[in-house]
Structure formats: C-alpha cells, structure tokens
Write a protein that binds this ligand. Structure first.
Ligand SMILES: Cc1cc2nc3c(=O)[nH]c(=O)nc-3n(C[C@H](O)[C@H](O)[C@H](O)COP(=O)(O)OP(=O)(O)OC[C@H]3O[C@@H](n4cnc5c(N)ncnc54)[C@H](O)[C@@H]3O)c2cc1C
Length: 275
C-alpha cells in the first residue's frame, strides 16, 4: 500500500518574481502586504496552510539577486552567494490568493501576506513594515504541511500569531462539517480576525496581553487544561518551537494521541534568527 506522504508538495515549483502593490497595518501587531505579478500565475493555489519561501533584498540593497534553481539546489546556490549580496529568505503563508483578473490592484495574480510584527524586528518583519508599491520580492511555493489523517473525526489547531494566517487558511479550506477546536494566541484583542468557519468549529482567541510573556506559553497551558472531544483527531500546531514540541509531547504522553496524527512545526525559535 502506498504510504501517505508527510507533506503535500506543489506540482510546479519555480522562483517567481513579483512586486509589492500594497502594504498596510491591519491591526496592532499585523501588517498585510499584497504582492502581484505575471510570474505568480505559476503558483497553484492549494488553500489550507500553503506556505512559501520569500526572498527580499537586504536593507540598503538595490537589486534582488535570486538563486536560479527551484529544486533542492536553491539553498546550496544561496549559501554560495556572498553574504552581503544574498537576499533575505524567510517563510510565509498565503493569506489570500487572487488569480489574474480577480485582483484588487490590477490584472495580474495577487497574494496577500500577513506579517506578525515582533519587537526585535528581524529583516523580514522590518521589510514588511516599510514595504511600498514597486518593491521587489520573489517567492518559492512549498505546498502544505497540513495533511490530515484519513478518518479524523475532529481537528485541533493551535498556534501563536505567526500561525494565524495558516490556521485561518485551514479553517477556510476545511470541510464545513469537520468539527474543530482552535486555539489562537495573539498579542492584543484587536489582532483577532474574521474567520470563516463551519458550525462545529470553536475558535478560542487567547490574548497574551503581557508583552514580556513568552509567545505560545498561554496557548500551551490553555490546551493542556482544556476538555477536548473524544475520537480520532488530527492536530496542527505551529508557532514558537517550544509551543509546537511541548504540545506534541503533552498530546502523546498525557492524552495518548498517536504521533502520526500530529503535525507540529516550529515556525520560529525564541532568540534565534532564521537562516
Ligand atoms: C511554514 C511557515 C509559515 C510561516 N508563515 C508566517 C506568516 O504567514 N506570518 C508570519 O508573521 N510568520 C510566519 N512564519 C514565521 C516567520 O517565518 C518567522 O517569524 C521569521 O523568523 C520572521 O523573520 P524575521 O526576519 O522577521 O525575524 P528573524 O530574523 O528570523 O528573527 C529575529 C528575531 O526575532 C525573533 N522572532 C522571529 N519571529 C518572531 C515572531 N513571530 N514573534 C516574536 N519574535 C520573533 C527571533 O527569535 C529572533 O530573535 C512562518 C514560518 C514557517 C516555517
């Protein structure tokens, strides 16, 4: 019997160049940047948590230099580039995809990206804060991490603000009759977003409030204390890596959830820059 793959990879993969067409602060801790361009039509929208590598220039760089390979070699090429010439590469989620002709800003394909602003601004978060129309960017589609176990009767989605776009995408794309318990930790009550959910979906917005608290800790403790439905489930947990690993440990050790029914992803690591 064919084994179920861990991830759902896109069929076509290429590094697609685009330009910023809009950028605005949508809530106290989120900036939404819209990118557009003909090359984005090579991205097949898959819904759910579809994510991509984003390439932007380093601060002060005039030109965006890109690896040419879209296979696994792009990273080797990237590492061979001189440090001061390489682009910044970070991972983001498609918050919304509008095919050519259905856009809000022009005739080409558009993608919205929601950036969680964080205090110790890294280069991607800083880029988003100042992104203006015409800025160069490129993306490499990576597909889905979300890949529910066949037979799951309900799902558990847990994350901090960096995973809000992924969880919103999953809720938007999931079967309307799939029950879900969703725990989203955000810094401020005004960071909550309207999400499209079916009848059996309970969304718990958890407000961190205290800016010195470790992101993810509130979500972890809330789920540990929560009464969750019985029956076969699928869990998607993402955000600060401590949240992802500790929640998986709890589900496996304390609740007897099979490891194969949990997708856990450290989206970022407290005190560590990516790449
Ligand atoms: C598959 C995937 C999808 C993702 N989708 C999104 C998305 O749609 N929106 C989004 O905002 N993020 C998303 N992320 C997380 C994002 O890639 C990281 O937060 C990334 O590190 C941000 O890059 P940076 O250049 O701003 O900061 P870095 O240079 O990577 O880090 C600088 C400093 O900031 C800290 N830091 C990084 N991210 C955060 C954070 N979110 N909160 C608090 N401190 C942080 C680091 O620990 C470090 O100390 C995703 C990650 C993955 C793996």
């Amino acid at each position: 019997m064919a084994q179920r793959g861990k991830f759902v990879k896109p069929q076509n993969r290429q590094i697609s160049s685009a330009r910023v067409v809009a950028g605005k602060k949508i809530s106290p801790n989120f900036v939404r940047v819209t990118i557009a361009g003909d090359e984005l039509s090579s991205v097949s929208p898959m819904g759910f948590d579809q994510w991509f590598r984003m390439f932007v220039p380093q601060q002060g760089q005039r030109t965006l230099r890109l690896p040419t390979s879209a296979s696994g070699f792009w990273y080797a090429q990237y590492k061979l580039m001189a440090k001061d010439l390489r682009p910044v590469v970070r991972n983001y989620t498609i918050r919304d995809f509008r095919a050519a002709g259905a856009g809000m800003f022009g005739d080409t394909t558009e993608i919205d990206i929601d950036f969680a602003s964080h205090g110790d601004l890294g280069p991607a978060s800083a880029w988003a804060r100042t992104a203006t129309a015409g800025d160069e960017v490129a993306i490499l589609d990576e597909g889905l991490i979300y890949n529910p176990t066949p037979g799951a009767e309900w799902q558990l989605l847990v994350g901090d603000e960096s995973a809000l776009p992924a969880m919103a995408g999953i809720m938007n794309s999931a079967r309307r009759d799939l029950r879900a318990e969703v725990f989203i930790e955000i810094p401020d009550a005004d960071d909550a977003q309207d999400v499209r959910v079916g009848d059996g979906v309970n969304v718990h917005w958890l407000i961190r409030g205290d800016a010195t608290a470790r992101p993810g800790a509130l979500a972890l403790h809330t789920v540990m204390e929560a009464e969750l439905p019985a029956g076969p489930s699928y869990t998607f947990v993402a955000g600060e890596s401590g949240l992802a690993t500790a929640l998986r440990r709890h589900l496996v050790s304390d609740r007897g959830v099979p490891k194969s029914d949990i997708a856990f992803t450290g989206y970022w690591r407290h005190g560590h820059a990516s790449y």
